[in-house]
Design a protein around this ligand. Structure first.
Ligand SMILES: NC(=O)c1ccc[n+]([C@@H]2O[C@H](COP(=O)([O-])OP(=O)(O)OC[C@H]3O[C@@H](n4cnc5c(N)ncnc54)[C@H](O)[C@@H]3O)[C@@H](O)[C@H]2O)c1
Length: 146
């Protein structure tokens, strides 16, 4: 089973999308659009304070008719976060996402923010693992018949 560390290793060059709590929702939307991603981490110095996602925007800004130019991330971010360690498996993360009704999990180790995994990352990692197992079985069967 792939681990969080495997997923982070596969895209080690991609920087985290993060903003300070004093940034506006508009800045977060721009960052998400530029990077074609669905979340922005809210950090101050080395501290992870929260996460702002497309869902937060839909429910806390758009639905309430608020202006993304005026709203600050500190007032609309999700501050109660589920986090995972690099040693956890993709399957464990899936369980946490299902239980916590979230699609993004920051990765933290020893108090240090290491990255983030999304639901798409987990599905992709699990599919790759299954593809590998199927190809192994196919070569085994072909080898057996030859
Ligand atoms: N082919 C792949 O490797 C792959 C990986 C992930 C997602 N996807 C696809 O992208 C679409 C949306 O993906 P999603 O629902 O997982 O969410 P998403 O759009 O938020 O995530 C897309 C990618 O951006 C990364 N990302 C998200 N927030 C980030 C942040 N704050 N800092 C740094 N990286 C961040 C995720 O880890 C993921 O790799 C889906 O269609 C999914 O299938 C493909």
């Amino acid at each position: 089973m792939p681990t969080v560390a495997d997923i982070l290793y596969d895209r080690k060059d991609a920087p985290l999308a993060a903003l300070p709590p004093t940034a506006t929702v508009r800045e977060a939307l721009q960052m998400m659009a530029d990077r074609d991603i669905g979340s922005v981490l809210i950090i101050q110095g080395d501290s992870l304070l929260g996460l702002f996602t497309e869902r937060d925007y839909a429910r806390k800004i758009a639905l309430k008719g608020l202006s993304s130019n005026d709203a600050l991330l500190m007032n609309v971010m999700s501050a109660k976060l589920y986090v995972v360690s690099p040693r956890q498996t993709a399957e464990e993360c899936m369980g946490i996402m299902t239980h916590g009704r979230t699609r993004h999990l920051p990765v933290v180790d020893g108090g240090q923010l290491l990255g983030l995994v999304s639901i798409g990352d987990l599905v992709n990692a699990m599919m790759n693992k299954q593809r590998f197992l199927i190809s192994q079985l196919e070569s085994y069967i072909a080898g057996d018949l030859a």
